[in-house]
Design a protein around this ligand. Structure first.
Ligand code: C5P
Ligand code: MG
Length: 159
């Protein structure tokens, strides 16, 4: 049996009037993240964690933000692609765990829709997909509402 782990991190600047997308779910809010794609910081961190576990570089290598194909793109496309690379190499995703760090809005009511959406994109049961939320205690760029971050960890198994 072979076990691999991967880590991902991402951040995006907050911008008025952009849609806020987290794990493929639209969060009702007056601001969103700047970015070339839909700027889904959570999906980006998870994608990097999967690529990292396979030692296949990072999201910018697979989906350059200079490529017009990815402008405004649904970031679940990146996540599904990373999950397909995992399976092509004979691995299964055992579980994923992620944290979104955003000062506001409160996200806990979005937890189950986000888990469902990520589980579907990854081809996993919902109980293998964990999503957590933290403020930054009003400190630093995240705490001051200038940006938001996500961290992710994954475990892959080949039996
Ligand atoms: O950052 P803090 O520890 O104060 O967060 C307390 C709880 O608030 C978190 O465990 C999470 O459930 C929730 N939370 C949230 N949305 C955020 C930040 C935190 O629902 N943007
Ligand atoms: Mg990103």
């Amino acid at each position: 049996m072979e076990i691999r782990t991967g880590l991902g991190w991402d951040n995006h600047r907050i911008a008025e009037g952009r849609p806020l997308i987290l794990g493929g779910v639209r969060v009702e809010c007056g601001f969103g993240f700047e970015g070339h794609s839909d700027a889904d910081v959570l999906s980006h961190a998870l994608t990097d964690a999967l690529l990292g576990a396979l030692a296949l570089g990072d999201i910018g290598m697979h989906f350059p933000d200079t490529d017009p194909r990815w402008k405004g793109c649904d970031s679940l496309v990146f996540l599904r692609h990373a999950a397909s690379l995992v399976r092509e190499r004979g691995f299964e995703i055992s579980n994923v765990d992620a944290t979104v760090i955003l000062q506001r809005p409160k996200l806990k009511d979005y937890r189950e829709p986000i888990r469902d959406c990520l589980a579907a994109a990854l081809g996993l049961e919902r109980d293998r997909v964990s999503v957590k939320f933290k403020t930054a205690e009003k400190v630093g760029p995240v705490g001051e509402g200038k940006s938001g971050e996500a961290q992710a960890a994954v475990l892959l198994i080949k039996s």
